[in-house]
Design a protein. Structure first.
Length: 108
């Protein structure tokens, strides 16, 4: 007896797509900078600017996903120290991060 349901081969349900991306962005990172002795979350605009990749051409940073002010999700192969250095450099070149400020990344 034939079923009335049609099955599309190669199709992926929305729920399984979300599951597939969980491994890619498995690490949660807090991104802050020091401003006059206090920690401030980096604005989402800064994080978006960095994650567009067109400035570095470094594929190691492909698996970075800005989530909100001060929050990113990154892949398991993204080296945190290299990420901080590259972000700090980019933020200074863009004029976002003052010369006397320091960028702080912390996995949560």
């Amino acid at each position: 007896m034939a079923s009335n349901r049609s099955v599309k081969h190669g199709s992926v349900s929305p729920n399984s797509r979300l599951w597939l991306n969980q491994a890619m962005f498995a690490r949660k990172v807090r991104v802050e900078y020091e401003d006059r002795g206090r920690r401030v979350p980096c604005p989402l605009k800064w994080l978006d600017s960095f994650s567009m990749r067109n400035f570095t051409n470094a594929s190691v940073f492909d698996n970075t996903l800005p989530v909100s002010d001060g929050s990113m999700e990154i892949g398991t192969n993204v080296p945190l120290d290299q990420l901080r250095e590259a972000m700090e450099d980019w933020f200074r070149r863009k004029g976002y991060l003052p010369a006397d400020s320091k960028l702080l990344l912390e996995e949560v």
